[in-house]
Design a protein around this ligand. Structure first.
Ligand code: ATP
Length: 292
C-alpha cells in the first residue's frame, strides 16, 4: 500500500521577534502561508516494522537527522505502531532556504502515516508530535494561512489572503537558522513589522495593504551576512514587484505580483542573476487547499 502526500513550501508574510526566552528560544509572531511549490512524499507500507528513507536530493540526510524520518519514528513510538514505512521524498523545495522544506516533509509524513497506519488522529494531535521535531512543523501540518506565536508552534488559522503570484529566488548559499538568530540583538531591532496590519490585509483580501505590511526582522541580519540577498531584493523591486521580502531566516527572497504579465519580466530578470528561481501561486479564497 502506498500514499503520496504534497509537502508545500511556506513563506513568511511577517516575522517578528518579541523577546529571547529563558529556555533559549525566541518568542516570535509570524504570519505564514503555503505556496504551491511542493515536495512529494511517497509512503509505502513496510510489514517488517522498519523505517527507511530515500530522497531525490542525495545531500539530504536519509536517517534520523531527516525531519520526515524523525516524524515516522516519533509517531511509531508514541502510538505503538507495529508496521513500518519506506519514505521517498521527491525534493522540489530548495534546502536550507527559509521555506521550511524539511518541516513540510515531516508534516506530510505525519498526515500520510495517519492514513497509512489507520491511526485516526486529529490534526491537533499530529501537530503536537510535529512540535517535537521543529517549531515550523505544526504550521505545516495544517497548511493554509496562519498566525504563529510562541516559538512558532501556537497556531491561529486565518482566512486565505488575496490570491497572487509568488516569484521565489534563492542565491547559491545555505543559511543556518541558528546562526541568523544567534546574530540577532532583539533589543536593537530598529523596526518591527505591523502584524495587526497584515492580519487586516488578509481578512479584507487587500493586496496592496498586504504588500505594504510585509516585514521580517531577520532580514537585516541575513542581508549583512550575504549581500547577494540585497541584490536580489533590489532587482525584484526594479523589475516591478508589488511587494518583496526575505522568507524565514533566508536566503530565499520572494516577490508578490498580481498581474501575470509582470511575472515573466521579473522571472527573466532574476534568471540572469541566479539559477534557483521558482514561480508559484499563493492560493486565495476559492482556489483550493494545498493539502493532499
Ligand atoms: P526553516 O525555514 O524551517 O528553517 P529551511 O527551509 O531553512 O527551514 P530545510 O530545507 O528544512 O531548511 O533544511 C534545513 C536543514 O535540515 C538542512 O541542513 C538539512 O540537512 C536538514 N534536513 C532534515 N530533513 C530534511 C528534509 N526532509 N529536507 C530538507 N532538509 C532536511
Amino acid at each position: 500500500m502506498r500514499i503520496s502526500v504534497k509537502a508545500p513550501a511556506k513563506i513568511n508574510l511577517t516575522l517578528d521577534v518579541l523577546a529571547k526566552r529563558p529556555d533559549g528560544y525566541h518568542e516570535v509572531e509570524m504570519v505564514m502561508t503555503t505556496v504551491d511549490l511542493a515536495d512529494r512524499v511517497d509512503l509505502t507500507l513496510r510489514e517488517d516494522g522498519e523505517i527507511t528513507l530515500d530522497c531525490s536530493a542525495s545531500f539530504v540526510p536519509d536517517d534520523i537527522r531527516n525531519h520526515a524520518y524523525k516524524a515516522a519514528v516519533l509517531l511509531k513510538e508514541r502510538y505503538h505502531v507495529r508496521a513500518g514505512v519506506h519514505v521517498y521524498i521527491d525534493k522540489q523545495i530548495p534546502v536550507a532556504a527559509g521555506l521550511a522544506g524539511g518541516s513540510s516533509d515531516a508534516a506530510a509524513t505525519l498526515r500520510g502515516l495517519n492514513q497509512l497506519w489507520s491511526l485516526g488522529l486529529t490534526l491537533e494531535e499530529l501537530a503536537a508530535v510535529g512540535a517535537e521535531i521543529g517549531s515550523d512543523v505544526p504550521f505545516c501540518v495544517y497548511g493554509g494561512t496562519a498566525l504563529a506565536k510562541g516559538r512558532g508552534e501556537q497556531i491561529t488559522h486565518l482566512s486565505p489572503p488575496a490570491a497572487c503570484w509568488v516569484i521565489l529566488a534563492k542565491p547559491p548559499i545555505g543559511v543556518s537558522t541558528a546562526d541568523v538568530y544567534g546574530n540577532l540583538r532583539v533589543q536593537e531591532i530598529a523596526s518591527h513589522p505591523s502584524t495587526g496590519n497584515m492580519l487586516q490585509a488578509i481578512e479584507t483580501q487587500d493586496f496592496s495593504l498586504m504588500c505594504q505590511s510585509l516585514g521580517n526582522v531577520l532580514e537585516n541580519v541575513t542581508l549583512s551576512l550575504h549581500p547577494q540577498v540585497r541584490q536580489i531584493k533590489e532587482l525584484m523591486i526594479a523589475s516591478g514587484a508589488d511587494g518583496v521580502l526575505m522568507s524565514g531566516s533566508g536566503p530565499t527572497v520572494f516577490a508578490l505580483v498580481q498581474k501575470e504579465a509582470k511575472v515573466h519580466r521579473i522571472y527573466n530578470a532574476l534568471r540572469g542573476f541566479v539559477k534557483d528561481v521558482f514561480v508559484a501561486r499563493m492560493l486565495g479564497a476559492g482556489e483550493g487547499e494545498m493539502l493532499a
